[in-house]
Each structure stands twice: as structure tokens, then as C-alpha cells.
Design a binder for this molecule. Structure first.
Ligand SMILES: C[S@@+](CC[C@H](N)C(=O)[O-])C[C@H]1O[C@@H](n2cnc3c(N)ncnc32)[C@H](O)[C@@H]1O
Length: 396
């Protein structure tokens, strides 16, 4: 029976289009899916906006997050049922099998399942496009919690991290899904060994005068082993900045577990474009990051955050000391203290511990980077010397 027309097409009771062709082109189908995705983004945006304006940012964010978690969990459970019914092994990395996202509409550039982890890169998402066009990236970002919820419900041993997100200003979305327990072990081992070098960070801080409520910036903080120790040792507040989403996620978990979350601001950004006010920190710390970004380029970018009279602590490779002294002078930095860590300190303090702990592990492949470094220090110990500089910015 003919029902009428909708959007220029004719419909029967069964819903099918009374047209000559009953097959539409892939391009048209993708457009339809994108349109639906944008409508879903719009519905989420309007509902979340109302909740936030009614309940305020803190409570509103909590409730929207809870709803998204419930929604994601339901999808993750359904996904698990599909995978089990198809006889596929129920492993975190098998999440990419039989997913529920329409394969039309999203542009997925790569899905790389590796041992213990899967990498996913999405270059187009209709929902993100809608929220960006609407200038509502922050609200839209609340929706992205759906991914963690889906993965956790799919397999309780899944850890899912957004390495990049269009709504955070990245050019695409990139995610990694891994076995939670195996990764927790890797992170713990790295931290346990990193902690053994903490006395040197504290030695540098001991050069500074006592401060009542210092504002500390840790640039290139990594997983925050020094940052958390500083918060437990000194009063004040710390801003932890790094480009690496995985390390920051781990830092966030630890800060919460150690009851330090209220005194730390964790920011994913680069030294060169982080939006923090200039000349506002009493202490800036940069351990192991100037050698990554380049000393001459990185140093002024750090100094701009220091209050006049503020302190800069750098832990860097032991190279080009004369050139560095000239750069310090050019940026009005007075050298208060300098001390070196030789290859022996690095071996005894860090790499020997790493080697011993890794040897006890079953999944050696998770420690590829560390094993490479252990082999490097054995072959070229002279390259593993480092230096701390404790500096003060002049009042000029
Ligand atoms: C060797 S790790 C040191 C981590 C930590 N400071 C520590 O001592 O344990 C260097 C860190 O610098 C970060 N990094 C590299 N380039 C950066 C940039 N442009 N802005 C901010 N962080 C950066 C890396 O992601 C990495 O976490």
C-alpha cells in the first residue's frame, strides 16, 4: 500500500522506496550515515548543554559522563556477545572484530592489531565535525568517554587511550587499546626504576630557598614520577605538561590514588603552544626534554613562564657546556648550581634495575624501547652522562 512521499521518495507500508533502483551508491549511503551521525551529535549536544546549564559544570559533567558510560557499556556488552557468538577469541585486541560503527561514514585510516595492543586512526568522524562546526568541542569531548566504556565492557582487561583527538585540536583521532594488566606492569616497572633517580631532582630543589606556596611548572613531565614526589615534599601547586597522552593518563590515575589530584593541573600540550600565562611560575622544571626539542629553541620557551627572580631546573644531556653557558647569559639566567650524573650513576641507579625487572617478565616484547636503551648504555656508556643546572631568572 502506498503511504506517501518523504524527502522526495515514495514509501510503502514496508518502508521501502518505490523507486526503480533498489540499490544506492556507496557515496550516497556514506552521506546518509554521516547525516545520521551529525543528527546524533546534535541531539547529544543539546541534551548535554541543557544538563550543564541546569546543574552547573561539575555536577552536569558528572551526570553526562555517567549517561555516556552506561550507553557505552551497553554497546560494549552487545559487542562481546557478537564476538563470542562468532567463535572469535575474547581478547582485548580482538575488539576490532565485528564492531558496531557503520563502516560507511567514518574514515578509518588504519587499524593495526599488534601483540598486546591495537592502534586505530580515524581521520573523519561526523560527530566531531558537527561539534567543531558548532564551536562545541568541549561538550562533544564528553561524548568520547563512550570509547573507554565500550572497551571496558567488551573486555575487563582492556585499557583504551585517546592518543590524539580532533576535539582537543589534533588533526585526527588516534587511539590505542591494550591489555590493562600487562601495561600496568610495564608502567610500574618504568616508574620503580625512575624513582631511583629522584634523589637528584631533590638535590637540585634543595638549592632553592623555602617558599610558602610555590607555583611549579613541570614541562615534559612524562608519567610524573618527579612531579608527584615534589607535591609530596613541598607545598604549592604543580602544572604537569606533556604531549604524551598515555603518560598523562597514568599520571592522572596516580595523582588520584595518592590524593594529590586537587594540587595538580595535568595538561596535554607542547612546550611551544601550551596556553599558560607568561611570567607566572616560581619554579620551572624540565627533565629530559630539552634534548628532545633542542636546547636553543626550548630554553627561551621555558624561560617565558618564569616570574622575574624565579628558578629554572634543567636536567639535560652533558654536551656543549660552553654554548649552554652563553645561552643562559643571553636569557638573563644566573647559574646557582650544576652537578653531573655519570654513566655509572645511570647504570646503577636506573638501567640495572630495569634489566633485572624485565628479565623476570614473560612478555619481553612490551619492553622493546627499554631493551634498546639497555643495549645502548652497555655499548656507549659515554653517551649516558647528564647534568642538572639550577638557574635563577634575573629581575631585569
Ligand atoms: C625523557 S622524558 C622525561 C619525563 C620526565 N620529565 C621524567 O624526568 O621522568 C621526556 C618527556 O618530554 C616530553 N616531550 C617531548 N617533546 C615535548 C614538547 N614539545 N612539549 C612537551 N613535552 C614534550 C615527552 O613526551 C616525554 O614525556
Amino acid at each position: 500500500m502506498r503511504l506517501g512521499t518523504f524527502a522526495g521518495k515514495e514509501f510503502t507500508e514496508g518502508g521501502e522506496i518505490l523507486a526503480e533502483e533498489d540499490v544506492i551508491k556507496r557515496e550516497e549511503a556514506a552521506l546518509q550515515v554521516r547525516q545520521m551521525g551529525k543528527m546524533m551529535a546534535s541531539l547529544f549536544y543539546h541534551m548535554a548543554k541543557e544538563v550543564l546549564s541546569e546543574l552547573g559544570e561539575v555536577r552536569g559533567t558528572e551526570l553526562v559522563g555517567r549517561a555516556i558510560k552506561a550507553y557505552g557499556s551497553e554497546r560494549g556488552e552487545q559487542h562481546r556477545e557478537r564476538v563470542l557468538a562468532a567463535g572469535i577469541e575474547h581478547l582485548p585486541e580482538n575488539y576490532v572484530e565485528l564492531g558496531d560503527l557503520p563502516y560507511l561514514g567514518w574514515d578509518v585510516e588504519k587499524v593495526v592489531p599488534e601483540e598486546n595492543k591495537t592502534h586505530i586512526k580515524i581521520t573523519y568522524c561526523p560527530l566531531a565535525e558537527y561539534w567543531q562546526e558548532k564551536g562545541a568541542a568541549k561538550i562533544g569531548r564528553l561524548y568520547c568517554g563512550v570509547d573507554q566504556a565500550k572497551y571496558e565492557a567488551f573486555h575487563p582487561d582492556s585499557e583504551y587511550i585517546h592518543l590524539k583527538n580532533r576535539l582537543d585540536g589534533d588533526e585526527c583521532c588516534e587511539m590505542v587499546c591494550r591489555q590493562k594488566q600487562a601495561m600496568a606492569k610495564v608502567k610500574q616497572i618504568r616508574d620503580d626504576c625512575r624513582k631511583r633517580l629522584i634523589p637528584y631532582t631533590l638535590k637540585a630543589f634543595a638549592e632553592l630557598p623555602a617558599m610558602e606556596d610555590p607555583q611549579i611548572l613541570d614541562m615534559g613531565c612524562g608519567s610524573g614520577v618527579p612531579a608527584l614526589t615534589l607535591l609530596e615534599t613541598y607545598p604549592g601547586r604543580l602544572w604537569a605538561v606533556d604531549t604524551d597522552a598515555e603518560s598523562l593518563e597514568w599520571l592522572r590515575e596516580k595523582a588520584q590514588a595518592r590524593n594529590l589530584a586537587a594540587r595538580i593541573n595535568i595538561i596535554r600540550a607542547s612546550l611551544f603552544d601550551v596556553s599558560l600565562p607568561g611570567e607566572s611560575f616560581d619554579i620551572v622544571l624540565a627533565e629530559g626534554m630539552l634534548n628532545v626539542v633542542g636546547f636553543e629553541k626550548g630554553l627561551p620557551a621555558l624561560v617565558r613562564f618564569l616570574k622575574p627572580g624565579g628558578y629554572l631546573i634543567i636536567h639535560d644531556e652533558l654536551t656543549d657546556d660552553e654554548a649552554k653557558q652563553r645561552i643562559f647569559a643571553r636569557h638573563h639566567l644566573e647559574v646557582l648550581q650544576t652537578f653531573e650524573l655519570d654513566a655509572n650513576v645511570w647504570w646503577q641507579g636506573y638501567f640495572a634495575c630495569l634489566e633485572a625487572l624485565i628479565q623476570r617478565e614473560e612478555t619481553i616484547s612490551l619492553y622493546e624501547k627499554e631493551l634498546g636503551e639497555i643495549s645502548d648504555i652497555k655499548n656507549h656508556p659515554e653517551q649516558f652522562c647528564s647534568v642538572y643546572h639550577v638557574l635563577r631568572k634575573s629581575f631585569l
